[in-house]
Design a protein. Structure first.
Length: 561
């Protein structure tokens, strides 16, 4: 019996030893590569702290109660540097960039493999996941330029106004149904903002009525006869996957993906299976929309009033130029997914933070309302103070905290300010130039959008405060920074958000409509904190597992003195 055991055990032992040797070699090469990159960046200012070697500062960043961007801002100010490194996964050093000039150059680099896999899992192969230098990216950006032009977005204004009014009507109905003694009424405003944002995207972007506001209105009235739109339901299901995820779980999944990249999008995880299932549902619905448009002539679409983004994209890309091909349809479907995720979250999250900011600054809210009280909604949305308020909220609470990039070869990034203690010339590659930073090949880079929006030299000494009036007298350094749309929030260069004009127009109209009709007050003893899932979102402290929430007290504007 013993002899048989040895015969059976020997191959298993050999296999185990071989597997262990492969693992040791893999981690050995990985560790050597990490040490090489760390050494190349040794002259950058480095954030220090008591961080676990395996996770570095990542857990501390993602669990900060005031948001994952706060530690980065603290490091910048402590080190007096807009370019620095901090401990990351497995002892590696993350290169953090909040220098506008370096950020613009670094944004043209490809996404990290980990981020690219996750983005493709969500969106497919669209403009978001393509490399800026690729022919595919240039083709898609050119095709999307016309649908997102200033003139095209301006033509969508009536759609924005109509849905903004529908949102106001739904909230007013809720207030009227409550006894006057209960005013102001406590409402979690997040579901309504989500519904309004999706309705506008569906109508202005995809050319159909999703009816999310009406569905929520029916829910408030205990009417179960109205079903939720299929595309909205699939979208919400994907968002829900991240809503209750603990930040540490996110960091651990990132670590696994860093060690073995295919795991980041593997279906062995329930989260990934849910995302892929919902994406397939969204792709199926998106494909049907495209085929419905293709079955109609240009004249029929124009006559039916279809001036939405997808219709314009079909015109711009040219159905006569091969859009009927399967690969072209897949590209268009990927744009629909990207448009929904980026467009919806930018609007819904920004509106949440805007209303929270108004509850915290009551005197300003009253001044803003008086500034637009006698204006038509179109005029109110064009008011300079409304625009400044929207931009100020986007500055303080950008939908995306960072952009993640990787150096696909050794690159030299220009700096707007000399790097403190930088001696890039030691290896002879860039002797003595303190305004240039040599970044080694395969170095992971974090471009700090949220941190850039808090640099005091660009925004003033009160950069951490809510002050929309700053946009009427910005420091000279702001002009030199050349931030797209006056902000870092929309990205840089070839990766600047194409939908920025759409988002700004939508936000201004919805903000004007809400402020003209309602006054928002904070709920006593409820603390709102920041949590990042897919994007920055407000959550109730102690109820983070329930996902985004923003309970506020709402009073009809006419009841406010």
């Amino acid at each position: 019996m013993a002899f048989k055991f040895e015969l059976t055990a020997a191959p298993l032992l050999t296999a185990s030893l071989s597997f262990s040797a492969v693992l040791l070699l893999y981690f050995g090469f990985l560790w050597l590569a990490i040490l090489r990159r760390n050494r190349a960046l040794r002259h950058c200012p480095q954030a220090r702290g008591r961080f676990p070697p395996l996770l570095g500062a990542e857990a501390a960043i993602h669990t900060h109660p005031d948001g994952p961007h706060i530690l980065e801002i603290i490091w910048m100010r402590r080190l007096q540097a807009n370019v620095l490194t901090y401990p990351s996964l497995l002892g590696s050093h993350m290169l953090f960039i909040a220098d506008p000039l370096a950020a613009a150059a670094a944004s043209a680099l490809p996404m990290t493999e980990l981020e690219s896999r996750i983005a493709r899992m969500f969106l497919g192969d669209g403009i978001v996941t393509s490399t800026p230098a690729s022919a595919t990216h240039r083709y898609m950006r050119k095709a999307l330029a016309a649908p997102f032009s200033s003139a095209a977005i301006a033509s969508l204004s009536p759609i924005f106004v109509r849905h903004a009014q529908a949102t106001v009507d739904a909230i007013q109905e809720r207030l009227k149904s409550a006894r006057s003694s209960l005013l102001p009424l406590l409402i979690d405003i997040v579901p309504m903002l989500n519904a309004a944002a999706f309705d506008i995207l569906a109508d202005a972007g995809l050319g159909y009525e999703s009816g999310c506001v009406e569905s929520l209105r029916a829910q408030w009235n205990d009417d179960t006869s109205k079903c939720k739109d299929a595309l909205a339901a699939a979208f919400d299901s994907t968002n829900a996957v991240f809503a209750g995820q603990h930040p540490i779980a996110h960091v651990l999944l990132t670590l696994l993906g860093y060690l073995i990249p295919p795991l980041s999008s593997s279906s062995i995880f329930a989260r990934n299976r849910a995302i892929k299932t919902n994406r397939k549902r969204m792709e199926k619905l998106g494909l049907k929309m495209i085929e419905d448009r293709q079955s109609s002539s240009d004249e029929e679409l124009v006559a039916s009033g279809h001036i939405d983004i997808v219709s314009r994209l079909l015109f711009a890309a040219g159905r006569r130029l091969g859009i009927a091909a399967k690969s072209d349809k897949e590209v268009l479907v990927a744009q629909i997914n990207a448009f929904l995720f980026a467009g919806h979250e930018t609007t819904a999250s920004t509106l949440s933070w805007l209303i929270l900011s108004l509850t915290r600054h009551q005197a300003f809210q009253i001044r803003l309302a008086r500034n637009i009280e006698h204006l038509h909604l179109d005029q109110a949305a064009s008011d300079p103070l409304i625009e400044a308020t929207v931009k100020e909220v986007l500055r303080l609470y950008p939908a995306s905290r960072v952009l993640r990039r990787v150096a696909d070869s050794e690159v030299i990034l220009p700096l707007s300010e000399p790097l403190r203690g930088n001696q890039n010339g030691e290896d002879g590659k860039n002797p003595g130039d303190p305004r240039k930073l040599v970044v080694p090949k395969e170095q992971n880079i974090v471009i700090g959008l949220a941190a850039m929006n808090r640099i005091k030299s660009i925004w003033g000494e009160d950069a951490d405060e809510f002050n929309p009036y700053r946009f009427f007298a910005l420091p000279d350094a702001h002009e030199l920074a050349r931030l797209p749309y006056d902000l870092a929030s929309f990205g840089f260069g070839p990766k600047t958000c194409l939908g920025a004009r759409f988002a700004l127009m939508e936000l201004k109209i919805l903000t004007a409509a809400l402020v003209q009709n309602f006054h928002f007050s904070p709920v006593p003893h409820v603390k709102i904190v920041c949590r990042q899932g897919l994007f920055f979102r407000p959550v109730v402290q102690g109820e983070e597992h329930m996902g985004p929430q923003l309970p506020v007290l709402i009073t009809p504007r006419e009841h406010v003195a």
